[in-house]
Design a protein around this ligand. Structure first.
Ligand code: SF4
Length: 429
């Protein structure tokens, strides 16, 4: 699906464009995951082979800005955050777009205030059938500027498909994330051949759906399948994580796994493998295809690429990591988790959170709030900074971080010179 999108130039970065172009030209098949090095002398930045806007995000941004440009006389609303990045969302608000809901589902503007002439933009991660139905009933235009990513729709189609064959859909995702809620809602309709058909028929016959957040939860579920837990313990532990009529005794005979596309792809594979193993032990390997659906083709290529590139970057080593992105961005938080396993990692939304070499304000995943770290930048020897960003982060934010940090380190080369001399992949050592 190679396609270029019309993304506003305000989101571009000189550094990142130069690096991405050089890497693409040198390695069009994307085989080389080694990091790119920006060498400022006493300071070096190591950038992942893949990072930043994915296909779905660029597609969503192009559609949203086109909606603004083409409809100067209409009221335009975003169902919720366009993507999980404040810079992009703030810019759209500045252009007159209004949000109907927050990302955690709080209603900001009642749907009842919408008029038939209004436009509502559906975000890249899609929405639930229930919300779509409410909006359709109000006769607002939700189709002309629907930015739902085709790779998210692919997951929905596959979930619907296996549901129609009698498999329970296990979703690897975060229960309250909009994409998981949308996938949950779409997967429920699986006993109909498509969600469009179910909407028209009004038939909401349900496929059982069950959400697991991580490998630990999947292992617990696998142990239930093996007979190690009783149904009450399972139902109590996973309260709110399954469809209302889910019955563990009858709905875990045939299963298939799909994911929220921004989860760790390797973890989704492990979850599939753990559950497949449990089904094999219970029903026999010769019967496995009747009990476990192969859905491996639904993993998002962009998430996979970014996470693989982040691992290669981390393995290359650095003094510290800066990960740039919205604090509610799921894929960015996974990059933060990967980096923080091996080095001090600072998760920031923008360069404004860097307060000299002494202080940095950064988002702490564990407490869910910003914290401050002192003396984060040790200038006593050469500093190597691993720099990366999630799929919803505009390149310009990395550019700003690079320039801000360069100004903090004495004796660095001029950014213009570094840019000019970056012509090829430079090895790290
Ligand atoms: S991460 Fe993948 S599925 Fe999600 S918006 Fe990007 S390309 Fe689409």
């Amino acid at each position: 699906m190679a396609r270029s999108f019309n993304v506003p130039t305000i989101f571009n970065s000189e550094f990142v464009s130069k690096i991405k172009t050089a890497r693409r030209d040198a390695d069009p098949l994307k085989n080389d995951l080694s990091p790119s090095i920006l060498d400022f002398g006493p300071l070096r930045f190591k950038l992942a082979r893949h990072f930043g806007f994915c296909y779905g995000v660029e597609n969503a941004i192009e559609i949203a800005y086109r909606a603004v440009e083409m409809n100067p006389d209409k009221r335009i609303f975003l169902l919720s955050e366009m993507i999980h990045n404040p810079r992009v969302n703030d810019d759209l608000v500045d252009r007159g777009i209004r949000f109907l809901r927050t990302t955690d589902g709080k209603q900001l503007i009642p749907f009842a205030e919408l008029l038939p002439n209004d436009i509502v933009i559906i975000p890249a991660f899609g929405t639930t059938i229930e919300i779509e139905t409410q909006l359709r009933e109000l006769k607002v235009d939700i189709k002309s500027y629907d930015t739902t990513c085709p790779f998210v729709e692919k997951v929905w189609r596959r979930a619907s498909q296996i549901g129609s064959k009698g498999y329970t859909v296990i979703v690897h995702g975060k229960r309250n994330h909009e994409e998981t809620q949308a996938t949950f809602s779409r997967a429920r309709q699986g006993k109909n051949s498509s969600w469009d058909a179910s909407m028209k028929s009004g038939n909401t016959a349900n496929t059982p759906v069950f959400v697991v957040r991580d490998l630990e939860e999947a292992t617990f579920l696998a142990d239930f399948i093996r007979g190690k837990h009783d149904r009450e313990t399972l139902l109590e532990r996973f309260l709110d994580s399954f469809t209302p009529d889910f019955d563990p005794d009858t709905d875990l005979i045939r299963i298939g796994v799909v994911n929220q596309t921004t989860m760790l792809a390797t973890e989704t594979k492990e979850i599939s493998s753990v559950l497949r193993q449990a089904m094999s032990e219970r029903f026999g390997e010769s019967e496995i295809s009747r009990h476990f659906a192969d859905t491996s083709d639904t993993l998002c290529y962009a998430t996979n690429e970014n996470q693989e590139a982040a691992r290669a970057l981390i393995n290359d080593g650095a003094s510290l990591a800066i990960v740039v992105g919205g604090s509610n961005s799921s894929n960015t938080s996974h990059l933060v988790e990967l980096c923080s396993e091996v080095m001090p990692t600072y998760f920031i939304r923008s360069s404004k959170q860097i307060d000299g070499a002494q202080r940095i304000v950064h988002f702490d995943l564990e407490s869910g709030r910003d914290i401050t770290s002192e003396s984060w930048l040790d200038l006593s020897s050469r500093v190597d900074i691993l720099l990366t960003a999630g799929a919803s982060c505009p390149d310009i934010l990395l550019d700003e971080v690079i320039r801000t940090v360069v100004d903090l380190v004495p004796g660095t080369r001029n950014p213009a010179d570094v840019l000019q001399t970056f012509t090829h992949i430079q090895t790290a050592h």
